[in-house]
Design a protein around this ligand. Structure first.
Ligand SMILES: Nc1ncnc2c1ncn2[C@@H]1O[C@H](COP(=O)(O)OP(=O)(O)OP(=O)(O)O)[C@@H](O)[C@H]1O
Ligand SMILES: [Mg+2]
Length: 611
């Protein structure tokens, strides 16, 4: 229940509609009940032959009092009045007129209530998705490494959809149906308190059955929704890895995984349907059981002439009772969706409530420029339990070009990941101009850096937007200038729509080298004072690399750069070269100094020399 109350808070801006919804529902129910109460006079006119003129003389206009009884008496008064003055046929017309008017009003108010529900529902779905994506997009990187995308996607799509479906059911079950049922029972109580109390005796039995079914359905809902998340994961992985699946003829493997999960989902869903189908027949059987009991009990009395009720009132009572069963059945039919919605809500709020591990401290300082130096002081870092960096000490003064080399898995990318605060150092401290990066505003810090990440990531968008997407303030001239530096302008102009060409999912309409040059253009756009290149030219052929290299060197003259590369040509002119092995800086110095000592660096360069 708590979850549903929380979901309803997401209707926020249209909360003011809620009282109108309640009002509309109450009026729908009241006019609906008036229809049914019309049955008694209707039956009386049509079937009673007794002379009622005597009775009419006795009736007086009731004095006003706020109660159902007053309304009943008032109607009775006018009804009798019409019979006395105009005759039975006119009275019949009168009753029919009242019925038409109240049916019209019932339906108008029902329509209004439905419109309000639609608005509330649309708003909730919109707000939930916004909130989910808002939180997901600010979560720390490690979250995405540890949680498969399918898990996140299914929460934002199918779980929110469950909520969308359930809102209607929920408002019905929480409010409309209880009001309807209560209304019917009030009318029934007015007709016969004895029979009504008698029939309520069956409630506990129904309650027990309902509780049992609800418990079972919840288990199913948890399983099916988790299963959908895994299914989306497999699908997502398969679609983005189609190239590799085809290359390795791995279709049977991925088909099998999909089949297994799809089968599990089908099985859970079937079980859920089976259990769900139990509820309506049970409630119907129980309800009709009570009705037949009442008919047998009270009907017998009527036949024996011992009843307190007239046949027409009794008949109306039974009709009211069976009408009260309709909302009861509809509640029992909603069990499944309500349980599914609860589980979906739980999954949604789990994601909304996940805090980012990398956050701006409340006192975070904005940082607008880089003036002096970047320092790593005794930095160690663990990915979960695996130590990746050990006591890294490093000073990068403004304007320096630092190169990082070393064997694969040594920890090169990790160093720049820490600097950009994709992760926080486990111990030690990283400062920029003396300010610990942990105390800087993250976004301001990252704006100081232009970064070409090792895994080149492009979005399914135009070339232009892919270059400019981090700096929406950039104008066309600067985007083109950035493309020139990356030696991308020429090939871009040869594309079908030049800068407006869509690069395809993850840039797969471009060659690896072309995509990489867009990555470089993106990093240099806006002239950030710190440039980080993680294997930024690894996909280029030697000739292109030399061109890009030349342009970049020119560009980097006045800025600070950290260059990770395996290629000697890229790093040999750096002010300092760091050799990283197994998370430690094992050697450092200029190219010449490092060449002078035997070690990892000379080994690496020797291999390249042979190549
Ligand atoms: N998200 C992660 N979770 C756990 N371990 C990781 C993660 N990312 C990297 N590692 C581990 O950290 C170590 C250093 O990785 P890093 O990416 O810094 O290496 P690298 O020097 O950049 O290698 P390469 O030259 O291949 O790019 C590796 O052993 C790797 O397995
Ligand atoms: Mg790396």
């Amino acid at each position: 229940m708590k979850i549903y109350l929380r979901i309803l808070t997401y209707a926020q801006p249209i909360r003011r509609l809620v009282p109108f919804y309640f009002l509309a529902i109450i009026l729908t129910v009241v006019f609906g009940l008036i229809n049914f109460s019309m049955l008694i006079p209707l039956l009386d006119i049509l079937f009673s032959s007794a002379d009622i003129t005597e009775a009419i003389r006795m009736i007086e206009k009731p004095t006003f009092f706020w109660s159902v009884k007053y309304l009943k008496d008032l109607f009775q008064y006018y009804f009798m009045y019409v019979i006395a003055t105009e005759g039975r046929v006119k009275a019949l017309y009168f009753v029919c007129f009242v019925i038409i008017i109240s049916v019209l009003l019932t339906n108008i108010f029902r329509y209004l209530a439905e419109i309000i529900v639609a608005e509330v529902r649309t708003k909730i779905v919109y707000n939930l998705r916004m909130k989910l994506f808002d939180n997901v997009s600010q979560l720390h990187l490690a979250y995405f490494i540890n949680h498969p995308p399918g898990n996140i996607i299914s929460r934002i799509t199918s779980d929110v959809q469950e909520i969308e479906y359930v809102i209607v059911d929920l408002l019905r079950v929480l409010f409309k149906e209880p009001v309807t049922i209560t209304g019917f029972f009030v009318v029934m109580y007015h007709i016969s308190s004895k029979l009504t109390i008698l029939s309520l005796g069956f409630l506990p039995v129904a309650g027990l059955i309902i509780a049992y079914i609800l418990g079972k359905l919840r288990e199913n809902a948890v399983q099916t929704q988790a299963s959908i998340a895994r299914l989306v994961s497999i699908l997502q992985e398969a679609l983005s890895g189609m190239r590799i699946i085809k290359a390795f003829v791995a279709r049977p493997y991925i088909m099998n995984r999909f089949k297994e999960e799809n089968g599990q989902y089908a099985q859970e869903n079937l079980l859920m349907e089976v259990r769900k189908s139990m509820a309506p027949p049970m409630s119907e059987f129980l309800g009709v059981g009570v009705v037949t009991f009442l008919i047998a009990y009270e009907g017998a009395k009527i036949l024996m002439g011992q009843a307190d009720l007239t046949p027409s009132t009794f008949f109306t009572y039974i009709i009211c009772f069976s009408q009260a069963l309709v909302p009861i059945k509809s509640i029992s039919r909603s069990f499944t969706s309500i349980q599914r919605g609860r589980v979906a809500g739980k999954r949604i709020f789990e994601l909304i409530d996940t805090p980012s591990e990398i956050t701006n401290q409340p006192t975070a300082l904005p940082i607008h420029s880089f003036e002096k130096e970047i320092c790593f002081k005794d930095v160690t870092f663990f990915y979960q339990h695996q130590q990746t960096l050990k006591n890294v000490n490093l000073t990068i003064r403004k304007g320096m070009k630092i190169a990082i080399v070393g064997p694969s898995g040594g920890g090169k990318s990790t160093i720049v990941n820490l600097l950009a605060r994709f992760y926080d150092a486990t111990t030690g401290e990283i400062t920029i101009d003396g300010m610990p990066v942990k105390t800087c505003n993250i976004y301001a810090l990252r704006k100081l850096m232009g970064m070409v990440t090792q895994e080149n990531i492009l979005l399914h968008d135009t070339v232009y937007n892919n270059i400019a997407f981090g700096r929406p303030e950039a104008d066309e001239a600067s985007v083109m200038a950035a493309a020139e530096i990356a030696h991308a302008h020429q090939f871009i102009m040869e594309l079908p729509q030049q800068y407006q060409t869509i690069v395809g999912e993850r840039g797969n309409k471009l060659s690896g080298g072309q995509a990489q040059r867009l990555g470089i253009a993106r990093a240099v756009l806006g002239n950030p004072p710190i440039l980080i290149l993680d294997e930024a030219t690894s996909d280029l052929d030697s000739a292109s690399e030399q061109l890009v290299q030349g342009a970049l060197e020119q560009y980097m003259k006045d800025i600070t750069a950290i260059i990770i590369s395996h290629r000697l040509s890229t790093i040999r002119h750096a002010d300092e070269i760091l050799v990283i092995d197994q998370g430690e800086i094992v050697a450092r110095g200029t190219h010449e100094a490092l060449m002078a000592q035997a070690g990892l660096y000379t080994n690496l360069t020797n291999i390249q020399a042979i190549e």
